[in-house]
Design a binder for this molecule. Structure first.
Ligand code: SIN
Ligand code: MN
Length: 264
């Protein structure tokens, strides 16, 4: 799958691109089932909300679950990112974010490259996210919010927030957010499960808590150009990966053939 000129231009200008309905119901149902199986596991990679029970983020599921291993090599996700980053990519981080009904907590405003640069010494913002909705995302269930064009200003000053949620994050102060929103507004891509959103690693984003009765599971592949791999190994390997091998595509139907593979 290749992005067209208009899509490339929109990504460069706005910092994100929304691709509705890229995966089919059968594929998404499988991912949804597997995500909940992982959330129920007692593993260090599965972070909980402050209640100590509700799953918040499952890291590195591509390393211990066959369905997510395949998703991490899916051509519909990897090809557009290789095109935008202009070359081979490796997996810097892989997250299944639950944002569970009633209990899914806020993600404060931040830039992902802010963390990758400060914590992991990734040399340049030559890395980005591609996110797949595994539930419908609506105005009610804690949609991801972007400040369009905020990726154009480089890394913004941030404070290390260790208090708000169960997850440490380099977050941006209210005055800066007010200024950026004056300039770019806020948008929240919404759509059906199976939709995909790509966003620049310097795009400022966050999400409110989920007080609806609807889960909002989203899978994030954070992909980095192989020349731009991280230089510092401060965070656990399952948070910031250290395998810089270029990812190779599986076939486009790799999520459909999985039951057959499991039976072999
Ligand atoms: C993130 O920014 O890393 C996660 C935000 C979300 O899933 O709402
Ligand atoms: Mn983020």
């Amino acid at each position: 799958m290749q992005l067209n000129e208009a899509q490339l231009e929109q990504f460069d200008r706005e910092g994100y691109l929304f691709l509705p309905d890229l995966f089919e119901a059968e594929e998404v149902d499988l991912l949804n089932r597997e995500a909940h199986r992982i959330f129920a596991m007692d593993r260090e990679e599965v972070f909980r909300e402050k209640d100590g029970k509700t799953a918040r983020t499952a890291f590195a599921a591509q390393n211990y679950n066959e369905t997510f291993r395949r998703l991490g090599r899916h051509p519909r996700l990897l090809d557009p990112v290789r095109q935008l980053l202009d070359g081979d990519v490796y997996m810097h981080q892989f997250k299944v974010n639950a944002k569970a009904a009633f209990n899914g907590d806020v993600w404060q405003w931040h830039q992902d490259y802010g963390t990758w640069s400060r914590d992991d010494q990734m040399p340049e913002p030559r890395a980005m996210n591609i996110a797949l909705f595994v539930d419908d995302v609506t105005e009610f269930n804690g949609a991801l919010m972007f400040i369009p064009r905020s990726h154009k200003g480089g890394v913004i000053n941030a404070g290390h927030d260790l208090k708000t949620t169960s997850y440490p994050l380099w977050t941006i102060d209210d005055d800066t957010i007010t200024r950026l929103v004056d300039e770019g507004g806020i948008i929240a891509p919404k759509g059906k499960a199976g939709s995909v959103v790509l966003f620049h690693s310097n795009l400022v984003h966050g999400s409110p808590s989920n007080m609806s009765p609807f889960d909002r599971t989203i899978v994030y592949l954070s992909l980095c150009h192989i020349d731009n791999h991280i230089r510092r190994f401060k965070r656990p390997e399952w948070v910031a990966h250290r395998d810089f091998t270029p990812l190779e595509n599986l076939d486009d139907d790799c999520l459909r053939t999985i039951e057959n593979a499991a039976a072999e």
